[in-house]
Design a protein around this ligand. Structure first.
Ligand code: PLP
Length: 404
């Protein structure tokens, strides 16, 4: 008789977004005349940039002719995209990453959740709290997290690193030693980012302890401050201890197109075992490459026109972030994030939980956000709003909140 991977059964229900959807649905049914503005989920709203659309059209036409048709893509990504990535995201910034250290995929979510397969089940993971839920859940499925305590919403074998206003949202080096350290900067959900100096502390720590940093840079395009690194490899020694994951979702609006990449440096080795070679093997065995037309569209993000258009798109969302941040500050809220990331993290009024604030905001302003407690216990007392809405909706939402 077959046996299931019962680690899946340990996962608590995906309470957060389904509960939000249910509450919004019930509110709409009870109040059909009210227009709800959704600033909850981190999906983009702007259409693809013209340079991307043009590349898509060209690639689609190529698929119609025998001599330019493309079948299976190379496992690790087309050379044209890998070299555009190396040049555009690394060499042009003085970071030495080679083409064969880039692994093109269909997005950062898959890479963030699959990367743990390279490590044995008895490795201990450390995550920031609050955190993008994929890191923990993928390790739960692999059987690496111990038992779940519903009361504290924590796993017994996971090391949690609280990030709150009290420590300026900078994770402190943990007392217990982890083997795998997940860091997301700029951060979802908090909207903060680590400076190069702060990240260097983690790189030094990982090298000293023999740990690996799994660095999620999905929001890199939103960095506006000089001292925030665009890649972990800007830190000295990172190539011997870090894997970096990037996405085209937030910088180029590819949430519905699916494209990302992971960097596994050749220097990253455990004894004789090369993680680069292992990931290449894993990619080659389990993945048949992102589609040609999508990779062509991705390469268009690195052309001069593509870059300019995408910068404008990022600026559009970051203008929303300023509208939210300034509006909430004027309304008397304690507000964080929104400078190097498209997320605003606000402290809910004293005496309220994150969910009570959610209910209140929905009922009185008809605005939907995300309760911080849904991202981890240290998110309690906070609330996330995204800048990914339209400008009009963002302004309207903030006017409603200010009017309360
Ligand atoms: N990493 C973080 C921190 C995210 O917030 C998200 C999406 O919201 C992703 C990864 C997923 O990126 P992708 O769309 O490339 O799968």
């Amino acid at each position: 008789m077959y046996k299931i991977n019962d680690n899946f059964l340990k996962l608590p229900g995906s309470y957060l977004f389904s509960t939000i959807a249910k509450k919004v649905r019930e509110f709409q049914e009870a109040n059909p005349d009210k227009t709800v503005i959704r600033l909850g989920i981190g999906d983009v709203t702007q259409p693809l940039a013209p340079a991307i659309i043009e590349a898509l059209h060209t690639a689609v036409d190529e698929m119609a002719h025998q001599d330019t048709f493309h079948g299976y893509a190379p496992d690790l990504g087309y050379e044209f995209l890998r070299s555009a990535i190396v040049e555009g995201d690394y060499r042009s910034r003085g970071v030495d990453i080679q083409e064969d250290e880039i692994f093109v995929s269909d997005g950062a979510k898959c890479d963030c959740s699959n990367i743990q397969e390279l490590f044995s089940v008895d490795n201990r993971i450390a995550v920031c709290d609050p955190v993008y839920p994929v890191y923990v859940d993928s390790n739960v499925m692999a059987g690496r997290t111990g038992t779940y305590d519903a009361q504290t919403q924590t796993w017994s074998d996971v090391i949690y690193m609280p990030c709150t206003a009290e420590n300026q949202f900078v994770p402190e080096l943990p007392k217990e030693t982890p083997d795998l350290i997940y860091i997301c900067s700029p951060n979802n959900p908090i909207g903060s980012a680590l400076t190069k100096e702060q990240l260097q502390v983690w790189v030094d720590y990982a090298n000293e302890k023999g740990a690996v940093i799994l660095f999620d840079a999905a929001y890199e395009a939103y960095i506006s401050e000089e001292d925030v690194p665009h890649s972990i490899y800007e830190c000295e020694g990172a190539k011997t201890c870090a894997i970096e994951m990037k996405s085209f979702s937030k910088n180029a609006g590819f949430t519905g197109m699916r494209l990302g990449y992971t960097v596994v440096p050749k220097e990253l080795k455990q004894g004789e075992a090369s993680l680069n070679a292992m990931w290449a093997r894993r990619h080659g065995t389990k993945y048949n490459g992102a589609p040609y037309i999508i990779q062509k569209a991705g390469a268009a993000a690195y052309t001069p026109e593509g870059r300019e258009q995408l910068q404008k798109q990022v600026a559009y969302y970051m203008n929303n972030a300023s509208v939210i941040k300034e509006g909430l500050q004027q309304a008397g809220f304690e507000v964080y994030g929104g400078v190097n990331a498209p997320y605003i993290w606000l402290r809910v009024p004293a005496g309220m939980t994150s969910w009570e604030f959610f209910d209140d905001l929905l009922a009185r302003a008809n605005v939907v956000g995300t309760p911080g407690s849904g991202f981890g216990p240290s998110g309690e007392g906070y609330f996330r709003l995204t800048a990914f809405g339209t400008y009009e909706n963002t302004v309207a939402a903030i006017e409603r909140i200010k009017a309360l």
